[in-house]
Design a protein around this ligand. Sequence first.
Ligand code: HAM
Length: 526
Amino acid sequence: MSEGAAKKEEKPRRFQAIRGTRDLLPPETALWNRVEQTAHKVFSTFGFGEIRLPIFEQTELFARSIGLETDVVSKEMYTFTDGPLKRLEDIAGYIRSMVEYQSFLFVAQLFDFYVREFKLGVSRGDLPEEHRSTLLEMHNILEAVQNLDARRHEGDLSTEKERVLARIKLYVSVPRFADVLALRPEATASVCRAYIENNMQQLPQPVKLYTIGPMFRRERPQKGRYRHFYQIDAEVLGGTDAPAIDAEVIEMVMTFFERLGLEGVQLHINSIGDKNCRPKYVELLRAELSKVKDKLGPDSQRRIETNPLRVLDSKLKEEQAIIENLPRIGDHLCQDCATHYAAVKHELGLRGVKYHENWRLVRGLDYYMRTTFEITAKGLGSQNAVCGGGRYDGLMELLGGPPTKGIGFAIGEDRLILSLLETGHSPLATPHSPLLYIAWMGEKAYTTAIRAAKNLRNAGFRVELPPVEQKFSKALGQADKLGARFALILGDNEVASGEWTLKTLADGKQEKLRESDLVEHLKKQL
Ligand code: HAM
């Protein structure tokens, strides 16, 4: 290979953002800031305080709250192991995923790795001494594997192999030796965990919290759907489940959207009952769905068993007519749920909040009961839900906390921004181009320029101070390119006379000013 070709080969690798993630750049970030500032302002008028949470938690926190059968937990979580025994746990996880459909020998070899790693853990002191006996038992299994291998020509050994596999499974069945963590796919579970951990039940109830930050779901990326996205999440925890709380939470998000000028906002609401009435409805739905099973697609067929409510979410064209004829939850609510739902609608009416009832709105997370809602907006295509939420009384108990009422929502901030941009909201509400460019030449002028920049910035002006000396003509060209309104010209003459030159770039007008007058003069120009 020629020297030139070798050099070409060495070209450093260029990195790209991971699929489903993206960089948010200025000037669009100015709009993100405006949205977040508005959230801080509006939410505080409703008595909400900000909570900041870690972006990873125990995987089990999400599994238990969102539900094992949901798409979010079963398919979309970014999980990883952590701790000194991470490798041991990774091998165990690998065996767990292989044991059902790989050959006996393959699994046995993996188990051999596992035992070696286990031994290392004991000798390093990462695993307590009492695990020496476990190690002995596992060695016995490896011996049994060797024994079977030696007898491989003896005919059918499948029963014995099954027995050995069952013993292997026992040792790797649950994650025990490392933390299994996940990047959070949503914030509600973490807010509940924090409420319990920080004894917030001792505060005056309800506790109203909101949080803004990134969430992670391994979804198929498309417009408005990312693997790393942002939510603005709000939760009301504790106190009563008075319908006025449901209505006020919804009123708050609608007020927020109105303040931002979001267009085409539509609120959809439903009640999905509680633990008294929903199981009966789900059984009825399952029975009805079973009757039409053959006409449903594979996803819905599977969901008849795992989560029949989710069939109602289906967007498949050929399933729509069937779904329209299914029993509706509204007709099967118990008295308490029906009364609560009617009162929520009444309370929304009192607040002048317009809504559409949608009996098919069931939401994709398991913790909901009674009130559920979604909000759609303009300009978003198929991913048009800009907010989703609902009531989740009972979730706190599921996470080991005291009986606590809960309701909240999360806004998809990426989608909110997308909708604002698509409907002509300029990201340039806070311009980031400089107001003033300092064109300096000469060492003395540089010291003066640094002082001028400091004073002007302290007064709140956006100032660009070039880091190296350049000819005035070049500096003025640069000021123009950056979109500055003024150039402050500082050369030896200006420093000596104390009279500075301020040039208005649009019309070329030049004025002489004293340093002490500059700030006041600029203020008058704005
Ligand atoms: P969710 O419906 O899963 O609810 O998400 C809420 C919102 O987050 C969605 O309406 C959407 O705007 C946005 N979102 C979800 N996934 C993505 C994605 N992959 N890319 C971009 N945006 C996305 C929850 O997360 C619940 N924790 C809401 C809640 C709070 N319920 C009670 N309290």
